[in-house]
Design a protein around this ligand. Structure first.
Ligand SMILES: *Cc1c(COP(=O)(O)O)cnc(C)c1O
Length: 353
């Protein structure tokens, strides 16, 4: 061991899904949107002033902040933007979870939460989901240093109602409560309206899923201006220029095209509902997803085996080798054509195995 090695921070990093190279493969493993961003985004990208890249971007990201504030009917001072919601969530952990008491999040949930908690030395507890993979709201009525959960939850796709979320808020008035709405546009009701009544609520969303822009890295949080001010103080203590110029311009453009957004989201919801029927026919069972993925296990064939044969045949889905998750596949909803290829392959494989 070299002398300086004892001073190295030891972390077990989050493992993102594979980004395999190639054009012929079917990629249903990282919940990306199968459709391209809105046409206006392409136009704005072509018209982007190349020479402007010489300069630093606006540190307050005001163009994008204003667009989001207008779209969601809040003040500019209630919006915080970051480099994907992962960046926003990392800032939230750093800014708000500074109690000696444990932060609470579900045991089956976004697997980045425990990584940030450990990185920052934040104590945490993970109440278990029930037998049907549901969040039990009563688990969040105990003393804690903050609460965070995705809605719909990942990788289950299960949605909590606004009534249940409000119950959690009523029992947690002294800490910051964060609802991670990465998948809310695929059929859920957003908690954004509750931020008016609950000044300790932060709602986090992303451009990576419903808005087809995972490659640009844009996420945001909306909440009371005091929370947003605190987040900005930490951001400016870390990196003033988190958002690059293309992300600011193209992100703002994406927000403007509500019609395209609603059209693509509806296509994905329709494909998801058809996929539920097909997967059931093939012998799969799954929680009733309101996200752009289905977390399915087969009655006969182990998930790991299916994951491997699918991958050998250029169909990528996500597999988590973890207690409670190891017999399920998380299948992102792709285009109808991609899903048909998946079903055809599965039908064929299941006939002979
Ligand atoms: C995808 C995802 C995110 C992060 O997405 P970004 O691409 O960083 O915006 C955050 N939370 C959950 C639950 C997700 O599934």
């Amino acid at each position: 061991m070299k002398p300086w090695e004892k001073n190295i921070r030891k972390v077990v990093p989050y493992t993102p899904g594979d980004q395999p190279a190639g054009t012929k493969l079917i990629k249903l493993n990282t919940n990306e949107n199968p459709y391209p961003p809105a046409p206006g985004v392409k136009k704005a990208m072509q018209e982007l002033d190349f020479a402007c890249l010489r300069k630093y971007p606006d540190p307050s990201s005001s163009l994008l902040v204003r667009c989001l504030a207008e779209y969601y009917g809040v003040e500019d001072e209630q919006v915080f933007v970051g480099v994907g919601s992962d960046d926003v969530l990392a800032m939230i952990f750093l800014t708000f979870f500074n109690s000696e008491k444990p932060v609470l999040f579900p045991d089956v949930s976004y697997s980045f939460y425990p990584v940030w908690a450990k990185l920052y030395g934040i104590p945490y507890q993970t109440p278990a989901l029930d037998e049907e993979f549901r969040i039990r709201k009563e688990d969040y009525y105990q003393e804690n240093g903050g609460v965070i959960f995705p809605n719909p939850n990942a990788p289950t796709g299960l949605l909590l109602s606004l009534e249940e979320i409000e119950d959690i808020l009523k029992h947690n008035q002294d800490v910051v409560v964060v609802v991670d709405e990465a998948y809310i546009d695929f059929g859920g009701k957003s908690s954004l309206g509750l931020t008016r009544q609950y000044q300790n609520l932060l709602v986090v969303q992303t451009f990576s899923k419903a808005r087809s822009m995972a490659g640009l890295r844009i996420g945001f949080a909306i909440g009371h201006r005091d929370l947003i001010r605190a987040l900005n103080d930490v951001k400016y203590s870390f990196n003033s220029y988190t958002m690059n110029i293309p992300s600011l311009v193209l992100g703002a453009e994406a927000v403007k095209d509500q019609e395209y957004f609603q059209k693509t989201v509806k296509k994905i919801i329709d494909t998801r509902e058809r996929a539920k029927i097909r997967l059931r026919e093939l012998g799969f069972s799954f929680p009733d997803s309101k996200a752009n993925f289905i977390f399915a296990s087969h009655s006969r064939i182990p998930a790991e085996e299916l994951f491997e044969v699918l991958r050998q045949n250029q169909i990528y889905v996500r597999y988590f080798k973890q207690p409670r998750l190891e017999n399920s596949l998380r299948i992102t909803i792709g285009t109808d054509e991609e899903m048909e290829e998946l079903f055809a392959f599965l039908a064929d494989y299941l006939k002979t195995h």
